[in-house]
Design a binder for this molecule. Structure first.
Ligand code: ARG
Length: 460
């Protein structure tokens, strides 16, 4: 076989145009699948041998040849040639060059269409497991910081306006809940990744007696794809994974936005460690939250990847079309971005310095106790809507007088409603406010402590 001659060139009378070669090649990015490609090929060769489609000598030679190629690729000795088109061709061509005609038997009963689907599934299954591990570690960090900061109160916000005091640990566990759902989504997506497509051939299956269950067993798949046409055209699992990743990034991005705000001089609730910030080339005093900003920014690129894969899939006729090659960069970029973001965010979070006194002071200022006072009136029999109006008028009075709740005496309260008694004065601190919350899932210290303990025990 002439060097540079394509393995599929039988019917071709002209060489591929150099521009087309460059345009169609995926080698630059799909070479990262080499381990999965070779692992799949070794399983395929074993299956062909077991089914008597190739003999034991060919099977052994193929496996040995593939192991040699794997080794060379691992060591960076393998020379990739641009004309090899993709990782599948590069491996198969090298195999034939190294072991001769036995190598030419490997691609029996297989197409690159089911092969690339297999490689992607093997790759993604592994990556999902790693990402779930990173999410778990991040959740562990959040529980740890929440436990460390058990008594810290902060203003809770809606519309970025001070709303009601909450525990800082309760705030952290809100993100914990998001990441827990993310983990569930990824674990669920993994079930649909864990399906073995080989044996589907180009689209119709194979005329050879392949044992698909055996291949699936060798590669640790839980199921074999039920429909050969679906198996080669399906990239739902890629779209689903990118969506789940986009949502993780959304959660990270919101968290980052909080950290960026909370570390400003205006909020001054936290300090991000020097090791996770950068300076300004011009302004000597600056310490910028670039890591948090970059995670927020990179969320945009993962959303872009989601839009890309959905758009590639839209309008594809059955079954495989070369458009599907465009799945890979979106997928790889999503995996890389998500893993890096989770790792750096977790490390940054575990080093955040929490300024508890500043948070508590902010929570004590303003009118954060307003709802508590209204609920107190409800406990005295006042209808809530009325209580809301009364406290609203007290707030307006305070604003006019330049006062806040702690400046008021009992007589001041009683001028607005005669149901007020001494007890109202004990409601005005943020600590009292959080302690009064009694619903399941609320910010009451007892409730949050129970949650921290449950999570610590469960995830041990
Ligand atoms: N590089 C191709 C891809 O990523 C592999 C499958 C090519 N199949 C084909 N019939 N041209 O999708």
């Amino acid at each position: 076989m002439a060097k540079g001659r394509k393995l599929w060139a039988g019917r071709f009378r002209q060489e591929t145009d150099a521009m087309v070669e460059a345009f169609t090649s995926s080698l630059a990015f799909d070479r990262r699948l080499f381990r999965h490609d070779i692992r799949g090929s070794i399983a395929h060769a074993k299956m062909l041998g077991r089914c008597g489609i190739i003999d034991a000598k060919a099977r052994r030679a193929i496996i040995k040849g593939l192991e040699g190629i794997l080794n060379d690729m691992e060591e960076g000795r393998f020379v990739f040639r641009p004309e090899d088109e993709d990782i599948h061709m590069a491996v198969e061509k090298a195999l034939i060059e190294r072991i001769g005609s036995d190598g030419a038997r490997l691609h029996t009963g297989r197409s690159r269409n089911d092969q690339v689907a297999l490689d992607l599934r093997l790759y993604l299954r592994e990556e999902i497991d790693e990402i779930i591990g990173l999410l778990r570690a991040l959740r562990g960090t959040l529980v740890e910081v929440a436990g460390r900061e058990a008594g810290t109160v902060m203003p809770g916000y809606t519309h970025l306006q001070r709303a009601q005091p909450v525990l800082f640990s309760h705030y952290l566990l809100a993100y914990h809940a998001m990441f827990e759902r993310d983990e569930g989504r990824l674990a669920d997506a993994r079930k649909r990744v864990d399906v073995m497509p080989l044996g589907s051939g180009a689209l119709a299956g194979s005329g050879l007696p392949l044992d698909r269950r055996y291949t699936a067993r060798l590669l640790g798949f839980s199921a074999v794809a039920d429909n050969s046409m679906d198996a080669v055209s399906d990239r739902d699992f890629v779209a689903e994974f990118i969506f789940a990743s986009a949502l993780v990034m959304a959660h990270l991005s919101r968290f980052c936005e909080d950290l960026i705000l909370y570390s400003t001089a205006e909020f001054d609730f936290i300090e991000i460690s020097d090791a996770f910030t950068t300076g300004s080339s011009m302004m000597p005093q600056k310490k910028n939250p670039d890591v948090a900003e970059l995670i927020r920014g990179k969320t945009g690129r993962v959303y872009g990847n989601l839009a890309a894969i959905l758009t590639v899939l839209k309008g594809l006729p059955m079954t495989y079309n070369r458009d599907l090659q465009e799945d890979k960069e979106a997928l790889f970029d999503t995996v890389d971005t998500l893993k890096a973001s989770l790792a750096v965010f977790g490390a940054m979070m575990s080093h955040v310095r929490v300024k508890g006194e500043k948070m508590a002071a902010a929570a004590a200022g303003g009118f954060s106790a307003a709802t508590d006072i209204a609920e107190y009136l409800v406990s005295k029999g006042v209808p809530f809507r009325e209580a809301h109006g009364i406290v609203g008028r007290i707030v307006a009075y305070c604003i006019d007088e330049g006062k806040s709740f702690p400046d008021l005496r009992l007589e001041d309260f009683r001028r607005f409603h005669d149901g007020f008694d001494e007890e109202v004065l004990s409601l005005l601190t943020p600590e009292a406010s959080v302690a009064r919350k009694r619903t399941q899932g609320s910010t009451a210290p007892s409730e949050v402590a129970r949650r921290i303990e449950d999570l610590g025990r469960r995830d041990k």
